[in-house]
Design a protein around this ligand. Structure first.
Ligand SMILES: Nc1ncnc2c1ncn2[C@@H]1O[C@H](COP(=O)(O)OP(=O)(O)OP(=O)(O)O)[C@@H](O)[C@H]1O
Ligand SMILES: [Mg+2]
Length: 262
């Protein structure tokens, strides 16, 4: 499968106001290829969003190398990086981040305002198709504050996917939803990612969400640990094990668990 993003020895360090250095990521190796469904779990503050921002071209590493579609990100200028992000990456956030006072349809159209050619000209039709795919064609003219949390997240998914991104990055997409709604939103995200052969990277505290992914990692103290062997088709970890993991942040490493060479 074609490599979308490749991280080699990536670190991210920030300097705090008291001049102390905070080493958030300490040498991350990660490969995301077309069609991958990857989950990353870890305690609050362990650097998950920082990692996702690097994967999605929102930030650059302090050291190490990130190749995005084969090109080192540091060689891509700021404007080009923003364009590449817009055309290649779709983000889904915990708090939906819909524009208030704009209809569901207008929210989904927004990313297409930055598109060119046919996609720009057909933006209304493309956005309606996407709303239809998330089951909300009938609510196109509804304002976000009149939609339930699950519906708002489905609009956000439609917005993230309307430019057919090759990489979908979801930061706690079910964090603001009840368990059942979260599961249906996740199943939808999984389905639309699969249909479009996009890669999906999900950050989550929820073991049920992690269980949907085909490969799983735990981020701990800025280091990424594989949670199970390569090409984890199906659920390699038992539910109780995953729940315990999400709660404790400790890895049940079996003999093969530390070997993920992809
Ligand atoms: N620009 C920054 N300046 C200073 N500290 C930062 C910066 N960005 C992140 N941090 C700190 O780095 C750590 C990791 O942040 P990050 O947002 O990646 O955590 P997270 O794993 O996503 O947490 P959560 O699960 O709560 O969302 C936190 O302690 C955060 O305060
Ligand atoms: Mg976060």
């Amino acid at each position: 499968m074609e490599s979308l993003v490749s991280l080699r020895g990536v670190t991210r360090t920030v300097v705090l106001p008291d001049d102390q250095k905070l080493h958030i990521l300490r040498g991350i190796d990660l490969e995301i290829s077309a069609g991958d469904h990857t989950a990353i779990i870890g305690r609050s503050g362990c650097g998950k969003s920082t990692l996702l921002n690097l994967l999605g071209l929102l930030d650059v590493p302090t050291s190490g190398e990130i190749l995005f579609l084969g090109t080192p990100v540091l060689r891509i200028g700021g404007n080009a990086r923003a364009r590449l992000r817009g055309s290649t990456v779709g983000f889904v956030f915990q708090q939906f981040n819909l524009l208030p006072g704009r209809s569901a349809l207008d929210n989904v159209i927004t990313p297409l305002l930055y598109a060119r050619g046919r996609d720009f000209l057909r933006r209304r039709e493309l956005a309606m198709d996407m709303l239809d795919r998330v089951g909300l064609a009938g609510r196109a003219q509804t304002m976000p504050n009149m939609l339930s949390g699950g519906e708002q997240q489905r609009v956000a998914i439609a917005r993230a996917l309307v430019r057919r991104p090759r990489l979908i990055l979801a930061d706690e997409p079910t964090g603001a939803l009840d368990v059942e709604t979260g599961q249906s939103v996740m199943a939808l995200l999984d389905q639309v990612a699969t249909e479009s052969a996009a890669a999906l990277v999900t950050i989550t505290h929820d073991s049920n969400v992690a269980a949907l992914a085909r490969s799983r990692f735990r981020l701990d103290s800025g280091v990424l640990h594989p949670l199970d062997g390569e090409s984890n088709s199906g659920i390699a970890l038992s539910e109780p094990a995953l729940s315990a993991l999400a709660a404790s942040g400790s890895a049940p490493l079996g003999p093969t668990s530390s070997e993920v060479d992809r």
